[in-house]
Design a protein around this ligand. Structure first.
Ligand code: ADP
Ligand code: MG
Length: 320
């Protein structure tokens, strides 16, 4: 297949939206901006061997590349609208592109995202997606809004994706538990509906992509505050409890394992009941794990009140 046949395949496998005046095919796309809304824009790259393993199924990669981007929009409290896809491929592999677009489009359909353009180049396998969403002016959730006395929450469960990577290496745990953890690694669910609902409730939010401790650190620094976290409160899935029965090892995965794509957020204590209702409506656990304090830094204590030391804070690309 030629570059143009690949682009045509991508175009045929993507969806539009009424607010796309001109999509894939010209030098640039033309989009109607919803009146009175701010654009919320983010981009994320996945590189083979760094963000995903050699041999990852193209369908899973297509899903995940979009999911990690939608997760950033979710953390801002934005409604997703449009996406751009820059694809670098070692070969003009139509089977790969077809699989990739199947995964991408399945998730795009769920969130009504239109693919409006991109770029197709030859080189080591890498995917860059840019997403554009909408939010009413000044209503987005920022990392810098955490206030002393507010409660600290996380959505879903933590540590599953990191456990999947580790268990694959060791082949431990039952098949069903391993499959559940794998699904969390390969097909993360961006918490878009949660992000929208949190506009009215949360004082700060972030998506947890590099590990809770590292991402929470960003919120604390941006807000000029600290936090007290109780490790025993960190939400764990049934699969994680089964696959990693040792508390210390499990806590480490929950605090420093990446790729969870849950939301971490802060809210005033008076919102506790509203958050419990929201959790039921979304069928998504929202768990209070600690409190924001004025003393800077992140303090994590175990069930007996002892400080939990972290082996590593989280993933960082340019670490020596
Ligand atoms: P140009 O040479 O002007 O950059 P391209 O040949 O790269 O144009 O792209 C032609 C059209 O196809 C453009 O509208 C571009 O946005 C779209 N396109 C190219 N690659 C992709 C891709 N991977 N996904 C979506 N749209 C793409
Ligand atoms: Mg181009």
């Amino acid at each position: 297949m030629s570059e143009f046949e690949l682009i045509d395949l991508i175009r045929r496998m993507s969806r539009g939206r009424p607010d796309v005046r001109l999509g894939i095919g010209d030098d640039a796309s033309l989009l109607y901006v919803p009146p009175g809304q701010e654009l919320v824009v983010s981009t994320d790259t996945l590189v083979e061997g760094v963000h995903f393993r050699v041999g990852t199924k193209p369908d899973d990669l297509g899903w995940k590349a979009l999911a990690v981007n939608l997760s950033d929009l979710a953390a801002m409290g934005a409604v997703p609208g449009w996406a751009l896809l820059a694809l670098t491929l070692p070969h003009a592999d139509s089977a790969f592109v077809r699989g990739f677009m199947r995964g991408f489009s399945t998730l795009a359909r769920q969130h009504e995202v239109a693919l409006v353009g991109g770029d197709t180049t030859r080189g080591p396998l890498a995917v860059t997606i840019t997403v554009i969403g909408f939010a009413p002016p000044k209503r987005s959730l920022l990392r810098s809004g955490a206030l002393v006395g507010h409660d600290l929450y996380v959505s879903g469960t933590l540590g599953d994706a990191a456990a999947a990577l580790r268990l694959d290496r060791h082949k431990r745990g039952r098949v069903a538990a391993r499959a559940a953890l794998r699904a969390r690694l390969d097909r993360p669910e961006p918490r878009v509906a949660l992000g929208l609902a949190l506009r009215d409730v949360a004082s700060a939010a972030i998506d947890i992509s590099d590990g809770l401790a590292a991402d929470l650190g960003h919120v604390l620094r941006a807000s000029g505050v600290g936090a007290h976290v109780e490790a025993a409160l960190l939400p764990a899935s049934e699969a994680l409890l089964e696959a990693v029965p040792d508390t210390r090892a499990r806590t480490d995965l929950q605090l420093t394992g990446g790729d969870d794509y849950e939301l971490g957020f802060t809210a005033a204590p008076r919102h506790a009941a509203a958050l419990a209702t929201l959790s039921r409506r979304l069928h998504l656990p929202l768990t209070r794990i600690g409190t924001i304090e004025s003393r800077r830094g992140l303090r994590i204590v175990d069930a007996s009140g002892r400080r939990v030391a972290l082996k590593r804070a989280g993933y960082e690309h340019f670490k020596a």
